[in-house]
Design a protein around this ligand. Structure first.
Ligand code: FCB
Length: 484
């Protein structure tokens, strides 16, 4: 969880050599034939509404609009008010996607653009924006893969309790139905929620993201209500013949040492980060949270109703895997509020390269996540899609306007090799989406972290494809031709 605030790690980027700490696939995975990448493999990029759209005055307020107004919350004092102006510039952005040769674009729909107050009145201009975007994509043969919720809750609903209250799940299902009724004729695959664990932890437990609440374990109902929202929406979407996915943030958990206390802490962390939001969807039950109850976490029985878990179980047609990095976990120091500590990954594995964000680069972690999901959930696991993967870097165009980003190319190449390795070992992975098409508003870090294949000059909105853009275009073309 070294994303921000007290979880942030250092911002150095030493030259790369092979990271250690997670299992390394043993065979040579350089070759990837058409068997590994069949024609219907989804080659994509991902963005999210608040991070790219702008045009904030043309929609209802979201929790991020409010959060960004609080001094000190965003590293550079910025907001997503204008962001990449994707709202107005989407035709040019879709043209860039066509140049990449993509088969899919994962974007998110802003709930307050569809329903400014989170319920009731539908804004037809908001719906129309997404209709035009979708049509533009379909015209160039790119599948639209919308995410219905990527953290921008309508502020009006936050004022009624946000994800702490059950009624927000019902409002979400109404919103999902309204969107599907208007756009469902052109969309087959929907992602309900993005990273509900991160939203709960950063937004409601630690307060480093909107809505900025610091409830610690009292944030737990946020997990349940998001899952319920997903399940209610999934039922409605599936009734209409749609396929439903959820994008979950996964991290391989590495104990800081072989000591039993570190291993126990790692298990608790794994249950929270990886399993809390997945076990109910895949197994119909929550993981054992006794370690949290001992620290005063609320009893799930206080807010879980009888039929909820039945509704959640088996509600996925595919699972989205967002992967960035592994997490090193140690036993907590005496008197700490959390049942684990999160030391810097490089403290155990010195020399591991880190991105501009300070996130350790460990492609083998993706292999471990993909194979680990298969091993843990077996037949209950639906097909996987890597719905986010990428790295931030301090990119600036040189005098000739070129953006050379060899570390990003290396990052993406090695993670794709890890994906290939997992496929060879029998994991059903059907898509890969780079985060992100464009440099964009990186939440609490504002515009200080650039993840794009395309550089954005936020003053002029000029788009400059980076070297990684050309690399990804060629990589897709080679996979399609069956030559790599
Ligand atoms: C993920 C988020 C995405 C982006 C990347 C870098 O956790 O889903 O919006 O911020 O991290």
């Amino acid at each position: 969880m070294n994303r921000s605030g007290h979880f942030r790690t250092s911002r150095v980027f030493p030259a790369g050599h092979a990271p250690r700490g997670v299992d390394v696939p043993s065979t040579d995975h350089s070759d990837s034939s058409t068997v590994l990448f069949p024609r219907d493999f989804l080659w994509g990029v991902a963005t999210a509404a608040y991070q790219v759209e702008g045009a904030s005055e043309q929609r209802g307020a979201s929790i991020w609009d409010e959060f960004c107004r609080i001094p000190g919350r965003i590293a550079d004092g910025s907001s997503g008010r204008v962001a990449c102006d994707h709202y107005h510039r989407f035709p040019g952005d879709v043209a860039l996607m066509a140049e990449l040769g993509l088969s899919a674009y994962r974007f998110s729909i802003s709930w307050p653009r569809i329903m400014p107050l989170g319920r009731g009145r539908i804004d037809t201009a908001g719906v129309d924006f997404y209709a035009r975007l979708i049509d533009e994509l379909l015209a160039v043969g790119i599948e639209p893969v919308p995410t219905l919720y990527h953290w921008d809750l309508p502020q009006a609903l936050e004022e009624e309790g946000g994800w702490l209250v059950r009624s927000t799940a019902e409002r979400f299902a109404d919103y999902a139905r309204a969107v599907a009724a208007r756009l469902g004729d052109r969309v087959t695959r929907w992602i309900t929620l993005n990273e509900p664990f991160v939203h709960m932890a950063y937004g409601y437990a630690f307060g480093v993201h909107a809505p900025g609440r610091t409830l610690m374990f009292d944030a737990l109902p946020v997990a349940h209500h998001q899952l319920l929202a997903h399940a209610l929406a999934a039922r409605a979407l599936r009734d209409g013949g749609h396929q439903v996915l959820l994008a979950h943030n996964h991290t391989p958990v590495v104990p800081a040492s072989g000591a039993p206390q570190d291993r126990a802490a790692a298990q608790v962390y794994d249950a929270l980060h990886n399993r809390l939001l997945l076990d109910p969807l895949l197994l119909g039950r929550y993981p054992d949270l006794a370690a949290l109850a001992a620290l005063g976490a609320p009893d799930l029985g206080d807010f879980v109703r009888d039929a909820d878990l039945d509704l959640m179980a088996g509600s996925l047609d595919g699972l989205g895997v967002n992967y960035y990095m592994p997490t090193l976990v140690a036993a907590p120091g005496p008197g700490e509020a959390l049942p684990f500590a999160l030391p810097d990954y490089t403290s155990r594995f010195p020399g591991t390269p880190v991105t501009a964000f300070g996130w350790p680069v460990a492609p083998e972690g993706l292999y471990r996540v993909l194979t680990g999901l298969r091993d843990r959930y077996g037949a209950a696991l639906p097909p996987l899609h890597v719905t986010e993967n990428g790295c931030s870097r301090a990119d600036t165009p040189d005098g000739a306007g070129r953006v050379a980003d060899p570390e990003r190319i290396d990052y993406l190449d090695r993670h794709l090799r890890a994906l290939v390795a997992a496929k060879r070992d029998g994991v059903d992975v059907r898509g890969y989406f780079v985060w992100s098409l464009l440099d964009n508003f990186e939440w609490a870090e504002g515009f200080t972290q650039r993840f794009g294949l395309v550089h954005v000059d936020y003053r002029t909105q000029a788009r400059t494809p980076k070297d990684s853009f050309a690399w990804y275009r060629d990589r897709i073309a080679r996979a399609r031709a069956g030559t790599a």
